[in-house]
Design a protein around this ligand. Structure first.
Ligand code: HEM
Ligand SMILES: CC(C)=CCC/C(C)=C/CC/C(C)=C/COP(=O)(O)OP(=O)(O)O
Length: 310
C-alpha cells in the first residue's frame, strides 16, 4: 500500500456522492447489516423501534467506514485487479486522503453514537470489529498468509454479536453461536470467489490460498470447511437459536451447499475452464443465499418464540 499514487485526483474527475458511497462497499455490507439486524431482534428483550433503527444504522456506518479504510490501504492492490480496478480510488474519483478521512470520521461517529444510543459494550465491539478488519485483516494478514481470511473472517462474524449486545448489553451463548455460524461460513464463501478471480490475486501478489497452494488444495479446503459448517449449522437447529423452521431451512441449504462443494471438489482441472468457473460462481452465489436464509430463519424463530403464544 505504500505506493504514493492516488494521492491527488485528476482535475477533470470531480467526486460525486456515489463515489464516496461506493467506498462503503454497500453491496457486501447489506448482508453484514442483515446479520446485525437479526442479532438485535433475536435478543430476548424488547428494543424500541427507533433505537433499533439507530443501532442498525450505526453498525452499517461502522461497517461502511471499515470498507473505506480497506480501500484506502489496498488501493495499490485494487488498481491491478480487474474486479476492483474501477473502485473510486484506482479510478481516480476519490483520493486516498479523502478515503482515509471519510473512514476515520465515520468510524468514530458510528462507534460513539452506537455507544451513546445503546451501550458501550456494543460501541466497543463495533470499534474492535473495525480494528480487526482494517488492521488485523487488511494491513497485516491479507498480505502475509493464505490463512488470511480464516482468521480475518472473525471481523465479518461480529455484527450479529454487536446487534445482540446493542439490545441486551451482554454477550451470550446465542450471540456466540451466531458468530460461529458466520465465522465457519466465510472460508467457503470467499475461496469460491478466489477460485474464479485467481488471476487477479496472482497479478496483485496477494497470498490467497488459490495462489499459494493452487486450485486443487483450495477446493479441498472448501469441502472440509463446508462439512464443518454443515455440522455446526444443523446442530444449531437443536439449540436455543434454532427451532423446527430453522432446522428445515438448514437441512435444505446445507444439502445444497455440500453438493455444490462436492461438485467443485470432484472437478477435473483439465475439464473446460468455463464449466469450472460456472460451478464456482454458482457456489459463491449460493453462499450468499445460504447465510441470508439461515439468519432469516433465526429471525423468524425468534419472532415465533416471542409472539407465537399470543
Ligand atoms: C474476511 C471475510 C470476507 C472476505 C475476505 C470476503 C470477500 C469478499 C469479496 C472479495 C467479495 C467480492 C466483493 C466485490 O465484488 O467487490 C465478496 C462479496 C460479498 N460478500 Fe464477502 N467476504 C468476507 C466476509 C463476508 C461477510 C461476513 C459477509 C456478510 C455477512 C459477506 C458478504 C458478501 C456479499 C453480500 C457479497 C456480494 C456483494 C455483491 O453483490 O457484489 N462477506 N466477499
Ligand atoms: C461492522 C463491521 C465493521 C463489519 C465489517 C464486516 C466485514 C469484515 C466484512 C468483510 C467484507 C469483505 C468484502 C471482505 C473483503 O475482503 P477484501 O477486503 O480482501 O476484499 P476486496 O478484495 O474486495 O477489497
Amino acid at each position: 500500500m505504500t505506493d504514493a499514487s492516488f494521492e491527488t485526483r485528476p482535475e477533470t474527475q470531480d467526486a460525486q456522492f456515489g463515489d464516496y458511497f461506493a467506498l462503503l462497499k454497500p453491496r457486501v455490507m447489506t448482508l453484514v447489516v442483515f446479520t446485525a439486524f437479526v442479532g438485535l431482534l433475536a435478543a430476548p428483550v424488547g428494543v424500541h423501534p427507533f433505537l433499533g433503527f439507530c443501532a442498525v444504522l450505526f453498525i452499517a456506518l461502522g461497517g461502511g467506514a471499515s470498507g473505506a479504510l480497506n480501500m484506502w490501504y489496498d488501493s495499490d492492490i485494487d488498481a491491478v485487479m480487474k474486479r476492483t480496478a474501477k473502485r473510486p480510488i484506482p479510478a481516480g474519483k476519490v483520493t486516498r486522503d479523502e478515503a482515509l478521512a471519510l473512514g476515520l470520521t465515520l468510524s468514530a461517529f458510528a462507534v460513539v453514537f452506537l455507544g451513546l444510543a445503546t451501550n458501550w459494550l456494543a460501541g466497543g465491539l463495533l470499534a474492535f470489529t473495525i480494528f480487526f478488519y482494517v488492521v488485523i485483516y487488511t494491513m497485516w494478514l491479507k498480505r502475509l498468509t493464505p490463512q488470511n481470511i480464516v482468521i480475518g473472517g472473525a471481523a465479518g462474524a461480529f455484527p450479529p454479536m454487536i446487534g445482540w449486545a446493542a439490545a441486551t448489553g451482554e454477550i451470550s451463548t446465542a450471540s456466540v453461536l451466531m458468530f460461529c455460524l458466520t465465522f465457519l461460513w466465510t472460508p467457503p464463501h470467499f475461496w469460491a470467489l478466489a477460485l474464479f478471480v485467481r488471476m487477479d490475486y496472482d497479478n496483485a501478489t496477494v497470498p490467497m490460498l488459490t495462489v499459494t497452494h493452487g486450485r486443487r488444495a483450495t477446493r479441498t479446503h472448501i469441502l472440509v470447511y463446508t462439512i464443518l459448517l454443515a455440522a455446526f449449522a444443523i446442530g444449531l437447529g437443536f439449540t436455543q437459536v434454532g427451532g423446527p423452521l430453522y432446522l428445515a431451512v438448514a437441512l435444505l441449504l446445507n444439502a445444497l451447499f455440500l453438493k455444490g462443494a462436492f461438485d467443485i471438489w470432484r472437478r477435473d482441472e483439465a475439464a473446460s475452464e468455463a464449466d469450472n468457473f460456472r460451478a464456482e460462481k454458482k457456489f459463491f452465489k449460493l453462499s450468499l443465499l445460504y447465510l441470508f436464509a439461515h439468519f432469516g430463519a433465526i429471525l423468524v424463530e425468534a419472532g415465533l418464540s416471542r409472539f407465537g403464544g399470543l
